[in-house]
Design a protein around this ligand. Sequence first.
Ligand code: AMP
Ligand code: ZN
Length: 211
Amino acid sequence: MLIHKNFNQQVENILLKMTKRKSTDKTPEGPSKRPNTGHWSGGLVAATEDPKLVVSSDNLITVIKDGYPKAKHHYLVLPKENISSIKSITKDHLDLLKHMDKVGRELIQDVGFKIGYHAEPSMQRLHLHVISDDMDSPCVKTKKHWNSFTTEFFIDSKVIIDQLQSGGKIKLPSKDQCKEYMERPLKCHKCDYVPKHMPDLKKHILKHVIP
Ligand code: AMP
Ligand code: ZN
């Protein structure tokens, strides 16, 4: 599995160099991870059957470690029900989303975590991100990686639940708005620092990380 993962990471790097994708967060992680087992965007469902990634499960959900964590701690909570993404959520899913939120919060040992959904997910099967807010990870490589967790592209789970509860449906940012979030200049998520580039930012954030 480790060899497989290293291989896939190399393929990911090659793909990153070769492709300049236009969509908001189509990181080429999936296709490289399982090249011969269907479309790459289905990789999360396969990951829920990987004992190395599964953290816990119950009759409604599976918790996995994110395969390419974008912070020191990064989990995904996936429903067992085949819900393709946040875009297909209706008020009928409210109890499930509350359960996913509760499970996500139980994973957190201390403050400094964020729990939420990407406005335009790249991977299929609804998944709730539970991520520590250090953003300190070798897998954070691109502006899209950075902005997808540090701008309004990341929607707090509580906001989604509140919207469903009060209005019966959720309101996601438009395609153009998502594009704007992704293209925003890099900025530290903890202070006003504006880095020159990604390596600069990755160096800078270390000063916010408590050892
Ligand atoms: P999203 O942009 O919300 O669809 O996020 C998808 C998440 O899935 C990202 O944080 C990826 O690092 C993660 N991911 C992608 N492929 C896999 C995989 N095969 N196994 C585990 N996690 C993955
Ligand atoms: Zn800072």
